[in-house]
Write a protein that binds this ligand. Sequence first.
Ligand code: FMN
Length: 197
Amino acid sequence: MSDSDIHVAALCGSLRAESHTRAALEVVLDAAAGAGATTELLDLREYELPIFDADRDREDAGDAERLAERVRAADTIILGSPMYHGSYASPLKTALDYCGFDEFADTTVGLLAVSGGAFPVTALEHMRSVCRALNAWVIPHEAAVPNASAALDDDEFVDPSLEKRVRTLGLRAVQYARIEPDPDSFESDQNVGAQGK
Ligand SMILES: Cc1cc2nc3c(=O)[nH]c(=O)nc-3n(C[C@H](O)[C@H](O)[C@H](O)COP(=O)(O)O)c2cc1C
């Protein structure tokens, strides 16, 4: 498979019109495109996703099936979220709960988190935990954008070294799109909800 056959999709956990997370994800995707991949931003504002109800089939839950289909089409998925209350944001959680092993198992995932204050370490950790439960393969390099309103000016990174870290995530998304999967995690063995999604 050449790099031009690799498709990288980014899920944005912020619905805000002027989202810094979305702007940072566009930089990740730009770097991935520069490395030869096709790219796609999955903007959750464009999907009607009711709050997850395990009693409801995905086919009956608004645009959930359409979103899952776009996630399945990706070789690498970038999860991007603002830090909300020390974790990642609920629109992304809803989107992830509509997905399962079919979308994430043995798939490469990159993580990006954005915060208004200090480094969004816990948001990254919590997204990483979800990926372990879904048997995804998470890129070791992760991108954190603290103090977001000062870090970006008109959707451009002020600090070139931070931009380089964010761009590196896009490069790794292509480089590791076809990595040999690891054995299943212990957490995934307990994840009955991810079966048959
Ligand atoms: C409900 C809510 C909770 C937040 N919690 C935190 C937090 O725990 N730590 C932090 O540094 N910033 C927090 N913020 C600030 C956001 O992380 C920051 O504004 C970020 O840029 C939002 O991402 P966006 O620009 O992509 O929408 C919070 C914002 C909101 C709306």
